[in-house]
Design a protein. Structure first.
Ligand SMILES: Nc1ncnc2c1ncn2[C@@H]1O[C@H](COP(=O)(O)OP(=O)(O)OP(=O)(O)O)[C@@H](O)[C@H]1O
Ligand SMILES: Nc1ncnc2c1ncn2[C@@H]1O[C@H](COP(=O)(O)OP(=O)(O)OP(=O)(O)O)[C@@H](O)[C@H]1O
Ligand SMILES: [Mg+2]
Ligand SMILES: [Mg+2]
Lengths: 280, 257, 289, 308, 289
């Protein structure tokens, strides 16, 4: 009781004092920016040097200009909103389902063996092949996109979770067992943190797969969103306009990754992959 | 006895699901959802013929080339990016950018660059398959145990030896997770690569069936994809069991409670 | 091969005649064979001994003689190949309630994603101990191992010895009925070690807990235990089972200075040397060695 | 269909004046191309409202979504080219056209689609396509069917033409990079390809039949039987729209700008399809027979089953 | 704050006057502060000492006093916050060649995907030592630590003590010029420990290697070393630096029986107790404590 003063103030790890890493970020972001600039410069040069006809691959500057023009249009932002809504919903559903099933299947040897063949059968089925089914069920509405997004993203997370669950350190797990932690408690306190890095990779994979599918579904089915705009630009012969939208898609991907990284940094500060960056 | 048990594990759930499907098609018939019997009938008719050599085999060949190349690129790139911090900072946004580009949009650009060739299709497959391997490798490389890494350092195990003896084996469980993802992605991308600028191939055939409303044929193609997926995954799991013997051994011995 | 059903006394002294009423932990003919692709490894051949409730026994034996293996069998983490472990008369098949284990691999037994305090608190929280009581227990335990200044560090921010002490604190705070410890003081300095030895005896007396304590330090085994069980080298049987007839009140300076302490210490040392040389006790030696 | 400003704008604005409660909702699946201009125009002119219909125009990008959409009932009616519907019917789906959509202009030299070769190509006419690689947007569809029959008409071997799939927007590039010998291109890309030096060696639609209908609006048999009145209303309004569109080409060019991304300069130049009310049964039969002959269909379709 | 540039002798005895020619390893004003999100932790405040080539020094100090930290700085795995480490006159900035380290966390320092033999062989293979020579070295090293019977096991199939011995074998087979060992015998039994102690002295004499040996066992430090460096408790400075003037030929029975051994042992023990109590040597104490 005497040692109360420093300790029992807050045993919960509140992320209050995370100011130090922020100082480092600019250098890192600058490098990342340099990478992007390098890529854009290459892109600019390819048509300028005539390696590819400018008519078919417009230079980066022209595309960026078109994108900036798009930024001024409400229609553009509505499309972005629609795509992001489909992306977010699809991703959430996929992650929730995959995490749930992943932990259930992963923590039982029987279930893992029994579902293996079915999982492996279903995984390689391309979402595009499911388009007729999706449209049959939901028409050309957001639900169709959602079904395709969820289907594709689900497997990404599931597999990662299965591997993560299998990676539990046996000494840690045994420790938990001897202290009487039941199956649920072990999943929560031991298995989940171990699988978390795998899960984070899975979510990062799935986040982009979901984005790719949101766009593809809109592109192929024609449900509203950025993908349909791309299809429209394409079929309208607006080449720079199309590449501007593709650029926008890529930028969304980058933003999603930045978001994921910051979540990861918070949740995985103890993990050696994040740890090693803070020390030294 | 053991083989029988394995067979049971492999078949039990699929059989159950097929029964369910059969039961659900008993009542109303939907044009887009064939009965199991119709599907089986079409399956043999469609795929056991010249089509196997003209469409299926070339596709599988492209798929394999694509997946193998993707794994190689992913692992090499992942090790580089994972171990060199400034490289990671430099490339990550650009890579994320490319990762977010849907393959159907990428196809026209690739056609411009490479023409309507097999290598274009392989490039499409690679463009989608590298990501799971790359990301997992990067993460695996970053997560190398500190004590182990220190040990290697002090014994002068640097450069290539470090990669070979420390980084790769230690990241291998995670790399394998990535490879497994990319196998099925490869199949998906094979289909996508054949959806555009194509005139033959497994994916093309499936899409063609779909467009011409040959629905049982289309589903039979999807079954082919699924079976291919299962076959690849079983081969992969067998390989993994060998490559990661130390890993599974370590887990299993103590798991035998 | 081994005399499973009859709990034949392998050592000399423990009161193994009146088994049932007075036994907390009973290890009967335990054998463990690890199956590896390089062939089978017989880690433990045949171990039989009993612990009375509230007894504090030390287990010593050459490196690789199967002490950790035995502890894993007792804690129900691993099923023995033959024989059985009874706890309070019931056969152990999974980790029993109210048993705490301090693992030899202390570094890996702490959860790197939890702070020191959370690591110690987790088993209590899981048991539903109320917050206030939990806080007291955790604070006391951390205080006792000398770590009250680092509750908010992560385990990997601690030195080896500190990590080991966190694992000990976790076991103590848990207030188990049976406490298994696998070389718990291997990584701490001499002074801290002495303090922790006394701590274990205090906790043992206070809680009346049954303790099985694996150590390589012969002085420690004699100083701590009421009994020292010496294992032979692999394939392992009980080499000897000695009652430590030192006064109950022990003290780092005085107890260690007793002539009887030196005698016992010497005896254990000789037995271990015998064990290392492959000498086997008569009872078990009859089987093969 | 919130994406296309024309449908929402038209629907709500005049819905208020006529008393929206009595309007029946009809959802129509269309493809955002020039051919579909009449329905947008008709919606704007209020032809559908006059029939008591409130249009919900939903865009889809191709047959993959259109036909299942109609079958599942997501669309009451939808726009598709003739071959796609023939194929679906051939496979056992009960579909039927209710209105014409777009037809060839019938003028060689000024049609909405043609086979383009790069400048200096050895291909001079349709028969030279034999043995060459030709791109079409979809295989086993209207493009390759009409081209094959034109090649045969011209004295070439239709079987030796090698078709590959390249989307229209990518076709000019594929042509320029010599990845294909010839490309079948539709407007608006056709004008561009010609302006960039391409030569049209075959006006496949016009050459096949000057009265060829290319696309139309269709629905499933259930709708025609179950909602006969609705179908009639839709057909009437649609026919009116077609006539209006044919009569007002400038308005067509303008409205195309609202639902596509074709820029104004291009819109001013492109060749518009002919919009007419009646299907030409002979041309339909020619097309159907060709499709059956080249293996796209198992048997020639019966015009009476498919056409209104 | 700290006297970086002047290599002020913090201890008493080492010949720090004539620095350059006769020094293998020189630790000068080393300070290490860990930055954590809970604030900075000053693990080592100011350490200065030298080791002559071929010297065998033991490092003792309370748990958490920064011994492992110091070893990491010496081996170039971590840059000190202030001060520097010179090896053979050159400043250490990365892991130097021909230095071997046996880590405290032995379990995690072995490659789980390699068999015992491969683990020991790897550094040699990496150096391009020819196969035949390599085989001899590996066999000898495994033999010396008593593990010649398990070359084909994986590390995780071994007991704790066996794993630790693999790590030791790896260091010995490597034939380093500088050998850093962090509590290398913590997990082995008394008899094996004695054998290994003698092994280290034999290897040390044979190879003329400079050894810095961290231990918690005071007897061991006195028995093994030519010098014992005692660290204060955190924030750490050198508490004392004692020359062990025991005869060069040491022997488990006779040396330990010498009165001088007992004396030295007692002295070290007292110093550590002082260190634990927070007492600081005059030289360093002047800064803050
Ligand atoms: N997972 C395993 N697979 C195969 N053999 C094993 C395994 N674990 C332990 N062994 C073997 O069993 C024997 C006993 O090991 P154990 O860890 O129980 O010894 P120990 O008495 O705890 O030794 P130490 O004092 O060195 O920790 C050893 O020979 C070891 O090689
Ligand atoms: N990665 C780290 N981050 C923050 N603090 C650390 C880290 N590593 C060590 N410390 C702190 O530095 C101090 C010294 O640790 P170190 O491991 O060097 O001690 P040690 O002398 O080796 O102790 P032991 O004998 O217990 O192994 C301790 O207070 C510890 O908490
Ligand atoms: Mg052990
Ligand atoms: Mg240490």
């Amino acid at each position: 009781m005497s040692s109360d003063d420093p300790a029992s103030g807050g045993p919960a790890p509140s992320a209050g004092r995370d100011r130090r890493p922020v100082r480092r970020l600019p250098a890192k972001q600058l490098l990342g920016l340099a990478g992007i600039v390098g890529f854009l410069a290459t892109w600019e040069l390819i048509p300028r040097l005539g390696l590819i006809d400018e008519r078919y691959l417009p230079p980066a500057s022209e595309v960026i200009l078109a994108l900036v023009r798009d930024f001024g249009l409400t229609a553009f932002w509505i499309s972005v909103g629609e795509t992001m809504a489909a992306w977010f919903l699809g991703l959430i559903i996929a992650v929730a389902l995959a995490v749930l099933l992943g932990f259930v299947i992963g923590s039982s040897d029987f279930l893992r063996k029994a579902t293996n063949s079915t999982v492996e059968f279903l995984r390689p089925i391309p979402s595009v092949a499911l388009i007729p089914l999706a449209v049959l069920l939901f028409g050309v509405k957001i639900e169709s996109s959602l079904m395709l997004i969820t289907y594709a993203a689900f497997w990404q997370v599931l597999i990662q979770v299965l591997y993560g669950v299998a990676d539990v350190d046996m000494v840690a797990n045994n420790t938990a067992k001897t202290y009487g932690l039941g199956r649920m408690a072990r999943i929560r306190y031991v298995v989940f943190p171990t699988a978390l890095p795998y899960l984070m990779t899975g979510v990062r994979l799935a986040a982009t797969v979901a984005l790719v599918l949101a766009i593809t579904a809109e592109l192929v089915i024609g449900s509203p969103g950025l993908g349909r705009e791309i299809a429209l630009a394409q079929s309208g012969g607006a080449i720079s306009g199309m590449y501007a939208l593709v650029l926008a898609t890529g930028l969304i991907g980058v933003l999603i990754n930045v978001l994921m990284r910051s979540i990861e940094k918070k949740t995985l500060s103890w993990h050696s992959s994040v740890r090693s960056e803070v020390i030294v | 006895m053991k083989a029988l048990k394995t067979l049971g594990y492999v078949l039990a759930l699929p059989v159950l699901l097929v029964l369910l499907w059969w039961a659900s098609t008993l009542g109303a018939v939907n044009f887009f959802v064939p009965t199991p019997a119709a599907l089986v009938g079409k399956f043999g008719e469609v795929w056991f013929g010249p089509r196997f050599f003209t469409d299926v085999l070339p596709s599988i060949a492209r798929l394999l080339v694509g997946v193998v190349a993707a794994i190689a690129i992913g692992v090499v790139g992942g090790v580089l990016i994972g171990s060199v911090k400034w490289l990671r900072a430099l490339l990550e946004p650009t890579l994320e950018f490319f990762r977010a580009i849907p393959p159907p949009v990428l196809v026209p650009v690739l056609i411009l660059l490479m023409g309507i060739t097999d290598s274009m299709k392989v490039a499409v497959i690679i463009s989608g398959c590298v990501w799971p391997v790359l990301l997992n490798t990067i993460e695996g490389v970053r997560a190398v145990d500190g004590v182990l890494s220190d040990s290697a350092h002090t014994y002068g195990i640097d450069g290539w030896a470090r990669v070979r003896y420390l980084v790769l084996p230690s990241a291998s469980p995670q790399i394998m997770a990535g490879v497994r993802q990319s196998l099925s992605l490869g199949l998906i991308l094979m289909v996508i690569s054949e959806m555009f600028a194509s005139s033959s191939g497994l994916g093309f055939t499936i899409v063609q069936f779909q467009r011409s409303f040959a629905i049982p044929e289309m589903w039979s193609g999807i079954v082919v994809l699924g079976l291919l997926g299962v076959a690849m995954s079983f081969i992969f799991q067998w390989a993994e069991r060998h490559i990661l013997r130390w890993y599974h051994g370590q887990k299993e011995v103590e798991n035998a409670a | 091969m081994q005399p499973d059903p009859t709990p034949a006394p392998a050592g000399k002294t423990p009161p193994s005649g009146k088994t049932l009423p007075e036994v907390m932990l009973s290890v009967r003919g335990v054998k463990k064979v690890y199956q590896t692709d390089g062939g089978d490894i017989e880690a433990v051949r045949n171990l039989t001994f009993d612990l009375r409730p509230g007894e504090l026994a030390c287990l010593v034996g050459p490196s690789g003689s199967g002490k950790t293996t035995l502890l894993k069998c007792i804690s129900g983490l691993m099923a023995p190949t033959a024989g059985e472990v009874l706890l309070d008369g019931k056969r152990v098949s999974g980790p029993p309630k109210k048993m705490a284990v301090v693992f030899q691999e202390y570094g890996r037994s702490l959860f790197p994603w939890m702070r020191v305090r959370e690591n110690v608190e987790l088993p209590l929280k899981n048991q539903g101990v109320p917050k206030a009581e939990r806080d007291t227990l955790v604070d006391e335990a951390l205080e006792a191992v000398g770590l009250s200044h680092v509750p908010r560090s992560y385990p990997w921010q601690l030195s080896g010895g500190m990590q080991q002490r966190v694992a000990i604190a976790r076991a103590i705070a848990y207030q188990p009925e049976v406490l298994l410890m696998d070389e718990p003081f291997a990584a701490v300095d001499a002074q801290t070690r002495a303090d922790l030895e006394d701590l274990i005896r205090v906790v043992w007396k206070k809680l009346g807990v049954t303790v099985l304590f694996v150590t390589h330090d012969i002085d420690e085994s004699v100083y701590l235990g009421e009994r020292v069980i010496i294992l032979s080298s692999s394939p392992t049987v009980v080499q000897e089972d000695i009652v430590i007839d030192l006064p109950d009140e022990r003290d780092q300076l005085n107890t260690r200075a007793l002539p009887r302490f030196t005698e016992l210490r010497h005896h254990v040392y000789e037995q271990i040397q015998l064990a290392k040389k492959g000498h086997r006790p008569a009872a078990a030696g009859s089987t093969t060695a | 269909g919130s994406g296309s400003p024309s449908s929402t704008g038209g629907g709500t604005a005049s819905g208020g004046s006529t008393g929206g409660a009595e309007l029946t909702k009809v959802s129509v699946g269309v493809i955002p191309i020039v051919d579909c201009a009449p329905i947008y125009l008709g919606d704007k002119q209020g032809f559908f409202k006059e029939e008591g219909l409130q249009l919900d125009i939903q865009t889809a990008t191709g047959g993959a979504a259109i036909v299942p959409g109609v079958v599942s009932g997501s669309f009451d009616f939808a726009f598709s080219n003739l071959i796609s519907v023939m194929v679906a019917k051939d496979k056992g789906l009960d579909l039927k056209f209710v209105a014409n959509g777009a037809s060839t202009t019938g003028e060689k030299g000024k049609d909405i689609g043609g086979v383009v070769v790069p400048a200096g190509s050895s291909i001079k006419s349709a028969k030279d396509l034999a043995g060459k690689t030709v791109s079409v947007n979809n295989l086993s569809n209207i493009g390759d069917t009409t081209i094959k029959s034109v090649v045969e008409k011209d004295g070439g071997d239709p079987k030796s033409v090698k078709f590959v799939e390249v989307a229209f927007p990518d076709a000019p590039a594929a042509l320029a990079n010599k990845q294909v010998d010839a490309a079948w291109i539709l407007e608006p890309f056709l004008s561009k390809a010609v302006a960039e030096g391409g030569t049209v060696v075959s006006w496949n639609f016009a050459e096949m039949s000057p009265d060829l209908d290319i696309a139309g609006y269709f629905t499933k048999g259930d709708t025609i039987k179950g909602k006969a009145e609705l179908t009639q209303k839709f057909t009437r309004a649609m026919n009116k729209s077609l006539e209006y569109a044919q009569a007002h080409p400038q308005e067509v060019r303008d409205i195309v700008g609202t639902y596509t991304k074709i820029d104004e300069g291009t819109r001013a130049k492109i060749v518009l399809p002919r919009y007419k009310v009646d299907f030409n049964k002979d041309a339909f039969k020619t097309l159907g027979d060709a499709a059956a002959k080249y293996g796209t269909l198992t048997k020639a379709p019966n015009a009476g089953d498919l056409l209104p």
